[in-house]
Design a protein around this ligand. Sequence first.
Ligand SMILES: O=C(O)[C@@H]1C=C(O)[C@@H](O)[C@H](O)C1
Length: 145
Amino acid sequence: MSTPGPILVLNGPNLNMLGTRQPEVYGSATLDDVVQLCRQTAARYGREIDAFQSNSEGALIDRIHRARGIESGIVINPGGLTHTSVALRDALVIPELPIVEVHISNVHAREEFRHHSYISPIATAVVAGMGIQGYAAAIEFLIHR
Ligand SMILES: O=C(O)[C@@H]1C=C(O)[C@@H](O)[C@H](O)C1
């Protein structure tokens, strides 16, 4: 049986600033730390990841379109686009690709406007509040589902 394709790990706006941006909320780990954690988690099971981060909605959508036929699942932290983007939600409706939405912080314990996600209704699973371990949990879920 062939090994499933890589898992695509997507990070949206401002997540390139991890480690510097509000460490009291998002912790001290950098985006590179997140990608390394995801890569190491997948490698334990002989699997690979592809990682992409953009502050631009359109670039994220273009990358999601390219995942078809290449990646086997998507782990996405949409950043603030979580709470605003119908276009990103629409791009993620890909029947053959499972989607896990990840938030480092517990968005439900924060400002009201962070309590709604356009992505959650079309996601296979949602992780929030686990810090960067949420990315590892998402990778594990996709590998073992
Ligand atoms: O917790 C997180 O990873 C999410 C990250 C962001 O940048 C915020 O806009 C979201 O509201 C929460």
